[in-house]
Design a protein around this ligand. Structure first.
Ligand code: FEO
Length: 172
């Protein structure tokens, strides 16, 4: 059984992961509008990964005999100043999610919920990977400055991001 505190915190994380999926889908739409289909594909894959994260938390709550209580998902922004500012926003968002995961681990330890603590370790590792992959794209964009040709090359590279789940197909 989950304690009410852990149950509520895990439910909040389901909402946060769904918001992440929604945010990255909004970013995919932003790139698609600018004919940067490789960037858009990358964001679509990121969005699907986040949906996968939400479903992992959802399934874990069920498995532990908890109750899933779905709340409203906040509307994400729909425009950014530039591709660089999009990736700055992604990095900032992922750092926020990392802090949330770390807080959940602290809570699981405080509540002596070892199963939840072990479950969360996958997310601790995943956040390291996510921040690194976002930062890698951001650094390339910063090096590039206003070089349009370079942007096209990054777009082609991002089009090759593999699907995170069998339900998705590359769009570029
Ligand atoms: Fe599910 Fe990108 O954190």
């Amino acid at each position: 059984m989950l304690t009410p505190t852990i149950e509520q915190a895990l439910n909040e994380q389901v909402n946060a992961e769904l918001y992440s999926a929604y945010l990255y889908l909004a970013m995919a739409a932003y790139f698609s509008d600018r004919d940067l289909e490789g960037f858009s594909h990358w964001m679509n894959m990121q969005s699907q990964e986040e949906l996968g994260h939400a479903l992992k938390f959802y399934a874990f709550i069920n498995e532990r005999g908890g109750k899933n209580t779905l709340k409203a998902i906040e509307a994400p922004p729909s425009s950014w100043d530039s591709p660089t500012s999009v990736f700055e926003a992604v990095l900032e968002h992922e750092q926020k999610v990392t802090a949330m995961i770390n807080n959940l681990v602290d809570l699981a330890i405080a509540e002596k919920d070892h199963a939840t603590n072990i479950f969360l370790q996958w997310f601790v590792t995943e956040q390291v990977e996510e921040e690194a992959s976002v930062n890698a794209v951001l650094q390339k964009l910063k090096l590039l400055g206003k070089d349009g040709g370079g942007l096209f090359m990054i777009d082609r590279e991002l089009a090759g991001r593999a699907s995170a789940c069998p339900c998705s197909q590359p769009t570029a």
